[in-house]
Ligand binder design. Structure first.
Ligand code: S3P
Length: 185
C-alpha cells in the first residue's frame, strides 16, 4: 500500500475508485459493515435517479451524458456535506476532468487495482458493463486500463493491489490507512 498527500477541508468519507472488476462494491460492503458507515454506490444512485439501468443510460444518452450524471452526483454529496460514508464509484469516474477535481474533496480516495487478466476473469460472465461488451474483452480491458491508469493515479491517495488479497484483508488495510489519514488531516 502507498499513500500520498491530501487536500485541505476534505469530507470524512472513504472513496473507492478503480477499474471495473477491481472489487469496489465488495470491498465497499466489507468496510461499510466493519465501520458501520452507510455505503453510497454512485452507479446505483444514478440508475435510481434516472429510473434506468446503466446500459440503458449508455444506449439512450451516451457515455458523455453518463459522466455528467456522475459529476452531478459527486456535487450533491459535497453540497450536502455527507460524511462518514463509504462511496463506491464506477470504474470510469476519473475519465471526466470535472470528476477528477471533485473526488479528493469527498474524502480519502483509495484506488483498487488488479491485473488485466484478473479483471478479465472477474468480469467474464457479466453483461451489464457496456464498455466491456466487445469481441476481444481482454484487449479492451488492457487498453482502457492503460488509458485510465494515470487518471486513477492523479486522484488517489492510496493504491491497493487486489489480485492476491482476500476482501477482508483489503478492507482492514484501508480502514487502518484511513484512520491515519483523517487523524492527520
Ligand atoms: C464504467 C464502469 C461501471 C459503470 C459503467 C461505466 C466504466 O462501473 O459505471 O458501466 O467506464 O469503467 P463498475 O466499475 O462498478 O463496473
Amino acid at each position: 500500500m502507498h499513500s500520498t498527500n491530501h487536500p485541505e477541508g476534505t469530507l470524512k468519507n472513504i472513496v473507492l475508485v478503480g477499474f471495473m472488476g477491481c472489487g469496489k462494491s465488495s470491498v465497499g460492503r466489507a468496510i461499510s459493515s466493519q465501520l458501520n458507515y452507510p455505503q453510497i454506490d454512485i452507479d446505483c444512485s444514478i440508475s435510481d435517479a434516472a429510473a434506468l439501468t446503466i446500459p440503458q443510460i449508455f444506449e439512450s444518452k451516451g457515455e458523455a451524458h453518463f459522466r455528467l450524471m456522475e459529476t452531478e452526483c459527486l456535487q450533491q454529496i459535497i453540497a450536502e456535506k455527507i460524511h462518514h460514508h463509504i462511496i463506491s464509484t464506477g470504474g470510469g469516474i476519473p475519465v471526466a476532468s470535472a470528476n477528477r477535481a471533485l473526488l479528493p474533496q469527498l474524502g480519502y480516495v483509495v484506488w483498487l487495482r488488479a491485473r488485466p487478466q484478473t479483471i478479465f476473469e472477474r468480469t467474464q460472465n457479466t453483461k451489464h458493463r457496456p464498455l466491456l461488451n466487445q469481441e476481444d474483452r481482454l484487449q479492451t480491458i488492457t487498453q482502457l486500463l492503460e488509458q485510465r491508469t494515470p487518471l486513477y493515479e492523479e486522484v488517489a491517495q492510496l493504491k491497493v493491489n487486489t489480485d492476491e488479497l482476500p476482501v477482508d484483508e483489503i478492507s482492514h488495510g484501508i480502514i487502518e490507512s484511513a484512520r491515519y489519514f483523517f487523524k492527520n488531516s
